[in-house]
Structures are given as C-alpha cells and as structure tokens.
Design a binder for this molecule. Structure first.
Ligand code: DMJ
Length: 657
C-alpha cells in the first residue's frame, strides 16, 4: 500500500512538512559531501594555479571562453577519467638566468645588425605578401607556381604558424588582418582524412597560444582552446594515450577509438608544452592531465630501454631485497640507479605503453622534440615539474656517452655531430650499441638544447659540447657548394672525441668506398684512390663526407635555432657572422619570384642553381626567419629568461617568480 500522503490529493500540511524534513535529511549528507568535494576541488584547483596568477593576475576574461555549442566540446566522452591531475602548485622557483649579460653595442655594430635584421624582415614580408595573395587560408604557398597546398589539416597552417612572427616583427596591421581571419577558421571538419596530432599541436595550438601570450588578445586564447578541445578528443581512448595519426572525421562522428600499437616517440612525447601552457592560461587542468599521463609513462619506461642495454641493466627490486645482506648492496643499488642513463627509442607502443622495446635511438628525426621539451618544460613551469629535469639529465648523459662524435675533416675542425645508435645482439647474443654516423639537419637543434640545459639545470660542462655541436652544423653549411646543409649525410668519425684528429685522405677514401659498398679487398692503394675519386665525382662529395643520402634543403630552422640560442646564452659575436653567412646562402639559393622554396639538391656545383621544388612549409617563416630575425634583434626581444620556444619556434611565457 502506498503511503497516505501519496494516495491523497488533499494531504495536510504536517504530512507535507514531514516529507520535506525527510527529503532534507536525505539530502543533507550528499549535499554536504558535494560541498566538501566541491570546496576541496576548488581550493586544490586554485591552490594549484597560483603560478598562473603570478603571471597573469586573472587568467580569463569572463564569457570569452564560454562557447558550450562548440562542436568538439559537445562530443560525448567514451572513456571517462576517474581523476584529473591538478596543475603543479606552489610558487615558481627562481631559476638561473639563461641569457648572457649583454653589454652596449657600438654604433657600427648596431648599424650592421639593423641592416641584417631588415634583410630578414624583407624576406619575411615578401613571403607573407605572396601567401596573402596566392594561398590565403590554405596551409602552404607553392612559392614557384603561386599555387597553394593543404598538408596540415587544411586550416591555414602558414597563417596560424606566423601570427606570432607578425607580432614580433611589429607588422601590426598584417597581424590584425591575420587574427581576424585566423579566429574564423573552422576546426570542425578537415579536408584531410588523417590529421597529425603532433603537427596540429605544435603549429596550430602553439601558434594561437603564442600569439595570445604576446598580444593578450582573448580571441586567440579562445581559438587555442577550440584547437585544444579538438585535440583532446584524440586522447579519448581506453588507456588515455592519444592517437597520433588521427582520423578526425571518424572521431567527429563519435566513433570509438583506441591508441595504435606503433607511434613515433616525438609525436607522442612532445605535446606537453602546448597542453600545459593551455592549462596554465585557461586554469583548466584537463590538458595538463592528458600529457602528464604520457610523461608518467616516459618516466617509468626511461630506465628500461636498450640503451645502454645489457651493459649494466638495473637489477629488479626483488633481486635487491632478496640479496640485501648488507649496506654495501644497498649502496651499490643506489649507485646503479643513479648511473642508469637512458633515452627512449624512436618507435614506441602507445597501446601497451611499452616505450622501451625498440632498438633504434636518435636525437634527430622522429625523436628530436621529446628531448628538446625536457629542459623547456622546466623553463615553462618555473621549475614546478622537476621530473622533466631528471629525465633530461639521464637523456643528456646518454647522448654524451653514445651519440656525439667528432668527424674527421680536412681542416681538422674541432666539431661534433650526433650519431644515431642501433642496439643489436653480437655473436655471443649480447646486446651492444652500434653507432650509425648519419648526420641530419634536424639534429642541429641539440646545441641549443644543451645550451639551455647548461643554465637551467646547471650543467656548465655541457656548454663546450653545445658549442661544438653548433659548430658542427655551421661547418657542414660552409662545406657545401651553396653554403647550405643537406637533410642527411655521412662522415667518418675520429678515433676519439678528445685527442687531435689529423686529416687522413686515404682513410676518408676507404670509408667512402665502404659506404658505397665497393669491394676493395683485391685493389692496390692507387686503384683504391682512383676508384674513390670516381665515387667522389659521381656523388659530388665534399671532402670529409662519405655520402650524402638526402640532398635536399627544405628551409629547415634547426641550425639557425642553435646559433640563435647559443648567441643569447654566450654573447659570442662570431655567431652573428655565422648566422648572416647562413642567411645569405639560403636566400641566394632559395629565393623565388614570390617567396622562398625548398631545394632538391644542394650538392650541385656552385655555378648552377639548385632546383626549387615549389614547396615552402610554414616553418620557413614561422621558425627559420623568426630565429634569423631574433638573432639580429636586441637580446631583450623575446628574452629566453621570459619566454621559452616550443619546437615550432612559438614563444610561450614562462612562469616566473
Ligand atoms: C618543425 O615542424 C619542428 O621544428 C619540428 O620539431 C621538426 N621539424 C620542423 C622543422 O624542421
């Protein structure tokens, strides 16, 4: 039977009051709980973002970010999170200064600097004008034909990637025009089936965030958040690892997704700067949480990888405890833990979170920015995320041990290059690291990374290495007929990094024949030399190079990036000359009627013009020209003590005390 109050239409007041009292009693506990949780959440949330308040005061203008109708924000989540990692709390630390204490320049120095800066700005201005006229709102300008290309989602990559450069170069009316157009781009659909989450993050999210950080224009923050909301859907997988090559159309239809069993470590491990900055400026920790889960895997997996492999594997905790007879064992374990420096391989498995199984290691293509972001996250977070510093220490130590080598050069140059490493089993089944002396333009960022690490993580000994690595890139530029470095090449290592390394022409010739897979066992010394001369001529090998596998120059920034960073760190004026020489060489070969083009082969004779491939990726203006411009600017413009660059050269504000 139903209670009287429910089967009577005229139930009296006391029955009603009794019911209300019961309801209230039932509600009190859950309400109190809700309030307590709410209070805890809000207080921990706010206590977790004081760093943000140091930088911004009030972070978000009310109303500007509230767009509940935005497509990607409304999409239902398939894999709900149990908890969200809060933003790091506490005041940012007082980190060491990165920039050199520059003294006043002479008026002659200033005149030269400004002349060079203007030349860079003119190159940028031509490119921007051509993009505006021929490829507006497309991803890239085709700089020879005047056509357009869509390579990165079709959302106007060049436009978004260059908002901050326009601001930095003080091109304010072009900036306003670009902001108006950029904030109208629709990210609800893409003209491409597959979208690269990493490229979208570094170019679009990084582009909007940086332009916001520089200008304070809230429209840009709103747009950054839109891109962030879209990218966040790529993390809606059972284990919350993102899909790096992402079918954005399927995701938009709300289909179930799962992280793949193969990914490049750079594409998964270098989303953290952009996601963390977005969380800092919005105050919403969800993006930080998303990439922090990747960082946790990186951290857990770092000591398990095959480099240094079985040379001195860390003992399992079980082994240690079962054998822990005395303090000596414990001490040994502690020392082993401290000395196990490792890096992650290029290929990883996001589905199983295995980031250690592969045997190929490199600081270059496919891995580069995962390392670059380690010291930069320390800068970005004001030292509030110390795990990045720890991971950097391991990675930098490993690179020093296994990767950096001195190549043999005709002028006995004291330079370093960074080799890749393969860990393979030897005849006895033991895993041994083998160097692969391939040189890459992409790896040229390492000098700048180490230079930042010398300051932020107080590793002064690395400065000499940073300089030699940067000199290695400068040397390679200078050694080529057009003064431009190729994509990839091979050189012969000296017997040791530290001892002198005398040029040995015959050793070079034998090495290049080995690289060309010529069998020389039955040849005389003269025959070997003659055969080598033929290969040198056929392959157009400058002295010191044993092969040039990829002869293109695609307008990449990494060499000038390190020259710029090293200049800001050391104040060494010779770097300004190196930068100017590089800029002139690139301009000379790549300038088209409209802008600048990638080159097919920079090893052709200096009297011939390298073929221009009608391609100009957004990083030419967004990165390469930005670094050229900044090295010829006052060092206070985008100071490294206030900003930190993402891998696409977008400066983000650092959390400062
Ligand atoms: C850029 O998109 C970024 O610097 C990325 O990390 C590597 N490749 C290009 C430039 O070469």
């Amino acid at each position: 039977m139903s209670p009287p109050e429910f089967n009577s239409f005229n139930f009296n007041k006391s029955v009603h009051e009794a019911k209300m009292a019961r309801i209230q009693r039932r509600l009190i506990f859950p309400l109190a709980l809700l309030l307590a949780v709410g209070f805890y959440y809000t207080s921990s949330f706010h206590s977790s973002i004081p760093a943000l308040r140091w930088q911004h005061g009030s972070a978000i203008a009310p109303g500007v970010l509230d767009d509940p109708e935005y497509f990607w924000r409304k999409l239902p989540t398939h894999y709900q999170l149990q908890s969200i990692r809060p933003l790091p709390g506490g005041k940012p630390l007082k980190l060491p200064k990165i920039q050199h204490q520059f003294s006043q320049e002479t008026s002659a120095e200033k005149a030269t600097r400004l002349e060079r800066q203007l030349a860079v700005q003119e190159a940028f201005g031509r490119g921007w004008k051509a993009y505006r006229e021929h490829a507006w709102l497309q991803d890239e300008l085709a700089p020879v034909s005047g056509g357009a290309k869509n390579t990165f989602g079709g959302w106007g990559a060049t436009l978004v990637d260059n908002l901050d450069t326009l601001w930095i170069m003080n091109m304010r009316s072009e900036f306003e025009d670009a902001v108006a157009a950029g904030t109208n781009i629709s990210f609800e659909t893409s003209s491409l089936t597959e979208v690269n989450v990493f490229e979208t993050t570094i170019r679009y999210l990084g582009g909007f965030l940086s332009a916001y950080d520089l200008s304070g224009d809230q429209r840009l923050l709103r747009k950054a958040r839109e891109v962030g909301d879209m990218l966040y859907v790529a993390f809606d997988t059972p284990n919350r690892m993102p899909i790096t090559r992402w079918d954005v159309t399927k995701a938009g239809k709300g289909e179930l997704q799962e992280a793949s069993s193969w990914a490049l470590v750079a594409e998964i491990g270098s989303l953290c700067m952009e996601f963390t900055r977005l969380s800092f400026v919005t105050g919403d920790p969800k993006w930080f949480d998303a990439t922090e889960r990747i960082t946790e895997v990186l951290k857990a997996e770092q000591s398990k990888t095959k480099l240094p492999g079985s040379t001195y594997p860390p003992p399992s905790l079980l082994d240690v405890f079962s054998n822990m007879q005395n303090y000596a064992t414990l001490l040994l374990y502690a020392i082993l833990l401290l000395t196990v420096d490792t890096v992650w391989p290029i290929s990883i498995n996001p589905k199983t979170k295995d980031f250690h199984g592969d045997n190929t290691f490199s600081l270059g293509a496919m891995a580069d920015s995962v390392f670059e972001y380690l010291p930069k996250m320390v800068a970005l977070s004001g030292g509030l995320l110390p795990e990045y510093g720890e991971m950097y220490t391991y990675a930098a130590n490993t690179a020093k041990k296994y990767s950096f080598y001195r190549p043999m050069t005709p002028d006995n140059a004291d330079i370093l290059l960074a080799a890749a490493v393969h860990v393979n089993k030897d005849g006895a089944g033991k895993e041994v690291p083998m160097s692969d002396f391939v040189g890459q333009h992409l790896v040229c960022f390492v000098g700048g990374m180490l230079a930042i690490g010398t300051k932020l993580l107080q590793r002064p000994d690395d400065l000499d290495i940073a300089r030699k690595l940067t000199d290695g890139c400068i040397w390679t530029y200078a050694s080529m007929p057009h003064g431009i470095m190729p994509e990839t090449f091979l050189m012969t290592p000296c017997p040791s990094k530290s001892t002198t390394c005398e040029w040995d022409e015959y050793a070079w010739k034998k090495a290049l024949l080995a690289s060309a897979e010529e069998d020389v066992t039955k040849l005389t010394k003269e025959q070997i030399s003659a055969l080598a001369d033929q290969v040198i001529s056929d392959k157009r090998l400058p002295k010191g190079f044993t092969d040039v596998m990829d002869r293109r120059y695609i307008l990449r920034p990494e060499a000038i990036e390190s020259v710029f960073v090293l200049y800001r760190v050391t104040g060494d004026k010779s770097l300004l000359e190196s930068a100017w020489t590089m800029f002139q060489a690139i301009q000379e070969a790549s300038k088209t009627n409209l802008a600048n083009s990638a080159l097919a082969d920079i090893t052709i004779a200096s009297k011939d013009k390298p073929h221009q491939t009608d391609s100009m990726e957004s990083f030419w203006m967004g990165e390469t020209l930005k670094y050229f411009y900044l090295i010829f600017s006052e060092p206070s413009l985008i100071s490294l003590d206030e900003y930190v660059f993402n891998t696409e050269a977008h400066p983000f504000k650092r959390l400062l005390r």
